[in-house]
Ligand binder design. Structure first.
Ligand code: SAH
Length: 556
């Protein structure tokens, strides 16, 4: 159907987010709609475009599992109603391995909807691999068979498996969805002649921080499941290869294995702490409590405006209008062009954050311009990451301070100006750069005043704004509710977190959130306590100290 959206049937892999394919990730990052199943891990959902419509068909608001026929219809409906949209149908493992992806594809074909399949790593093979069990092994198993332990015959409700054939099969048998029926399956296999001593392993929540392997034999299968309380999702693997798992089990129990932690830093800042906690075995749900948004056009805060604010003893931050009022200012679409027209009056542009760089370039494009307007200008930035972001856009920085702070940058620029009385570019005829206010600072609305205080005549363009996240999407609320603890890196993150969860006026005991918080330093800890959390604080206000504290806490 021309003009309709396109559906991608994507395999999300068995759980470990590192096992999602690059292609799968690229699609969910830009998808407009993501229709996902229960088994897809929150860490993978975290990769999805934050503006995507997220549809949980494992459990809908009614708390009923959506029927397969309804899912099929839903995919067609999204494609028809959203011309040009990218619709991701995200499934655990591989979409065509007991994933009913084939049925969905057939429905799309009959509705004339374009689709693609992005295979995933199936749990059938990868989960045993994470337990150190190769599904085939020279001299032990020359074939492996993936079987559903769930499918019932329509005629009599019996499991529709050919137990005679399976019992004779010399290869490795891998059962998905079979835990509830395993006692029956094992008995039928033995009745049909399979050796009761055949080794088998149940692997629960494989590849996730909660992975557990339980070994048994065919004759002890049922009792072992009951005794060890093996629960879904789990696979059962049977055959000689299972013995290898005793030698090859490579996945270490790490200090934070089995812990689910909520990290509240902004996505761009959080990857450091997320990587460190993940390396210790934790499952991390990134839940940034602030988000940044590029303004439609830069908000110009010139020297005179600041003076007015200062004389009235106003906080400069108050001068920066909300998105709404900026929107009004930008109503005339040429407003951004007018602002950018002024760019020719600056000799030096100073960037103090990656967000500043990204937002400035978005606006530059929106104004119908490109990098050529920066020809001949000097460029300064605050640190290495900002420098790299500029370099990616083909721009070298002339000035990067050794101390990567606003004060460091201010000091450097002052010294440049003071030393030369300066002519920063060939075009500049001014002897006094500061007097002429030829420095332009590209910043966010919450940037502190260090730089403008050190360079009082500079002009500031507020190119992006930082806002608290008002509400968490449903999938995140669920993941958060089941977490062991929250990690707070600032007081404002605590406040925003408590506000963004439903029942925020309640104490954490009654709201759907963990009661325990790890905090970076005493100020954050005080705020968390005030909000009813039990807390542990890092010794120093650094991410490393915080991560160390968390690992130590759970190692006790
Ligand atoms: N398409 C999926 C399978 C869907 S059927 C795939 O290719 O993996 C769902 C079954 O898969 C579960 O009942 C369980 O048997 C198995 N499974 C999926 N993820 C698993 C995991 N992380 N650990 C253990 N079993 C898993």
């Amino acid at each position: 159907m021309s003009g309709a959206g396109k559906v991608y049937l994507i395999g999300a892999g068995p759980g470990d987010p590192g096992l999602l394919t690059l292609r799968g990730k690229a699609i969910i990052e830009k998808a407009d709609v993501v229709v996902y199943d229960r088994l897809v891990s929150p860490a993978i959902l975290g990769f999805c475009n934050p503006n995507a419509k997220m549809v949980d068909v494992g459990k809908m608001p009614t708390h009923h599992k959506v029927k397969q026929s309804e899912i099929n219809k839903l995919l067609v409906q999204f494609a028809v109603e959203m011309p040009g949209a990218t619709i991701a149908r995200l499934k655990g493992g591989d979409p065509f391995v007991f994933g009913r992806g084939g049925e969905e594809a057939l429905e799309l074909v009959s509705a004339g909807i374009e689709f693609e399949v992005v295979p995933g790593i199936t749990s059938a093979i990868s989960v045993p691999a994470y337990a150190g069990i190769p599904v085939s092994h020279r001299g032990i198993a020359t074939s492996f068979h993936i079987i559903t332990g769930h499918e019932r015959a329509e005629s009599n409700g019996e499991l529709s498996l050919d137990f005679e054939a399976l019992a004779k099969c010399p290869g490795t048998l891998i059962f998905l969805m079979g835990i509830a029926n395993m006692d029956f399956i094992a008995r039928r296999l033995m009745e049909c002649g399979k050796d009761p001593k055949t080794p088998l392993a149940f692997i629960e929540k494989g590849t996730t921080p909660y992975q557990r392997t339980v070994m048994a034999t065919l004759e002890t299968a049922g009792e072992t499941i009951a005794r060890e309380n093996v629960t879904a999702p789990a696979i059962t693997i049977m055959g000689g290869v299972v013995e290898l798992g005793k030698t090859l089990a490579w996945k270490k129990n790490l200090p934070l294995s089995g812990k689910r932690l909520v990290v509240t830093r902004a996505a761009k800042q959080s990857s450091g702490i997320t990587a460190k906690l993940t390396a210790f075995g934790a499952e991390v749900i990134e839940t940034p409590m602030i988000e940044t948004r590029t303004l439609e056009c830069p908000m110009v805060v010139s020297h005179s405006e600041r003076s007015a604010a200062e004389s009235k003893d106003l906080d400069l931050r108050g001068l920066v209008p909300s998105m709404d009022s900026i929107g009004t200012k930008c109503l005339q679409s040429d407003r951004i062009q007018v602002v950018f027209e002024d760019l020719k009056n600056f000799d030096l542009l100073a960037f103090t954050s990656v967000n500043g760089v990204e937002s400035f370039f978005k606006q530059l494009m929106a104004a119908g311009l490109d990098v050529r307007v920066l020809a001949g200008k000097k460029i300064a930035c605050v640190g290495k990451i900002t420098e790299k972001t500029l370099l990616e856009r083909g721009i070298r920085c002339d000035y990067v301070p050794e101390v990567h702070t606003g004060a460091g940058l201010g000091k450097l620029l002052r010294s440049v100006v003071d030393a030369n009385g300066v002519v920063l570019s060939e075009r500049s005829e001014s002897k006094d750069l500061l007097e002429e206010s030829r420095i332009l600072l590209l910043q966010g609305n919450l940037a502190d005043d260090t730089l403008v205080e050190m360079l009082p005549q500079a002009t500031r363009w507020v190119v992006y704004e930082t806002l608290p996240v008002k509400e968490l999407p449903e999938w995140k609320r669920e993941a958060v509710a089941s977490a062991d603890a929250v990690v707070f890196a600032s007081s404002s993150a605590v406040d925003n977190f408590v506000k963004a969860l439903p029942g925020s006026d309640m104490a954490p005991e009654s709201a759907a959130m963990p009661r325990f918080a790890f905090c970076i330093g005493p100020m954050t800890e005080a705020t968390a306590r005030k909000n009813g959390f039990e807390t542990v604080s890092s010794d120093e206000t650094t991410v490393d100290s915080l991560v160390k504290k968390i690992a130590e806490y759970y190692a006790r």
